[in-house]
Write a protein that binds this ligand. Sequence first.
Ligand code: ZN
Length: 298
Amino acid sequence: MLTLLEALQHADATGTAVGHFNISELIAMKAVFEAAREKNLPVVVGVSEGERQFMGVLQVAAFVKSLREEFNFPIFLNADHTHSLAKAIEAAKAGFDWVVFDLSTLPFEENVRQTRQAVEALKAIRPSILVEGEIGDIGSGSEIHDAAPASSGQLTTPDEAKQFVEETKVDTLAPAVGNRHGMTRNMVEGEDRKHLNIRRIREIKEATKIFLTLHGASGTDDRDLRDAIAAGITVVHINTELRVAWRRGLEATLASHPNEVVPYKLLPSVVESVKRVIASRLALFGAGREHSQTRSAN
Ligand SMILES: [Zn+2]
């Protein structure tokens, strides 16, 4: 079966991206797995520190492993936004395939120093594990914000990206290229979209030649996402859009079945609600270069 590294290499070579979807519970887990299987695309399940504390570190690892083995399907698990070496080591020992080691709020030199140490420590525990580093400010909290949060607006520069990658030996890099965690109310209503700096993505990709991960992609303009993937983004993280679909699906099923108490009768429609979002994002990420080429030919 495809390894995570091979899945990223294949996406990089074909101008497509691998979808990364955060979950907190089994409805979203089922939605991710079913959507990926229907599209026959490798997929990554992400759990932040809060999400995996709720599910249980060992429990979420066991669940993903059981899906991978029973169905012989390339579904992988990422310890998203891990802020301490202790939590990163816990995830590596539990069998996670990937760790996002996020010290992006620290000064650059300190982020470099500690991320390099984390890469060494994690690979010693699990040589196949991938480690992602993060530089720049892309906000925190995959939730609904009343307004666009005040941001430095500072994009990651190609020079600092190159230095960070060379000195830390990370496998993947999360840059700030106009992306931001969470969505505004206007984005949830479809009245506003996020836009990305495509040129900066291309410059960082050329400077680093590393796999680039786009965090906080919920609410991003579809055309920007396609162009970002063509410019060098290999992994796209979606969380808030799934949470919105989860809540709306849950509200709808409870409203339409006021007397039902059987979870397995109420919840399949919530799975469907989340799955629709994942399927449409996977279709976009997996579309490949022809889309951008068609567009630039227009
Ligand atoms: Zn993120």
